[in-house]
Design a binder for this molecule. Sequence first.
Ligand code: RP5
Length: 260
Amino acid sequence: MVNILGSPNPDTPWAHLDLARSALSIPGATVHLYGKGPGRPGRKMGHITIIGGCMSQVESNALPLITSAFDSRTPPILKPPARPAPIVSIIMGSDSDLPVLLPACHTLQKFSIPFECTIVSAHRTPSRMVSFSHAASSRGIRVIIAAAGGAAHLPGMVASETILPVIGVPVRATQLAGVDSILSIVQMPRGIPVATVGINNATNAALLAVRILAGTDVTLQNRYDGFVKQMEEEVLDKAGKLETYSEQQGKEGWEVYLEK
Ligand code: RP5
């Protein structure tokens, strides 16, 4: 729900109706005007409700409305939107893991998925790990990405304290090159599953989270389809260049390709 407020400019007492009118074209939106007559600056003149199959669908449908309300050419007549609550939690055993997790953050950003990112250590902050795991679901978190290196117990321990899906990212943190981390995460006992991606492969952890969320979100499914198509086009484009070079130059195609 977003509130419709009277225009800050007393010379345009009906400006709030423009916003109400533009909301009519948004799927799932219903406009409620209170019939108070001309608006006074900041006075609540009505509200708009937007419903949808899931939060990210609602947010994406509401975005054009919110953007137009904050367009610098028009006076702001909506209260600033609250930051959307996170639905994915990225946790890590130490801040030294953060560089490995940046691709996960960027990937979730690309799919417009609200997420949080923090440090929770199974060994150094065990109480925090338990309270985080118990509260995650009720805070609206739908998927947890947990990264750890070495004796990487964080994903498994979190999975034992929540029913949310947990995706473990083994971090290459010690002289054992991440093999210790991946074995610690992947060899879970029967009954407590943890999805495990490759060593340092935070991108795949985020993509798996997107796939889990897309199961109940058509907008995300469409975004993922777009992502897959783009990936395919990039590979076909590279293959096309490689083949062309081989035909047009005196050298082998792979030699020319690598020189470009
Ligand atoms: C693990 O120990 C962390 O996940 C990290 O990968 C590793 C090293 O942590 P720091 O000593 O850098 O804090 O718990």
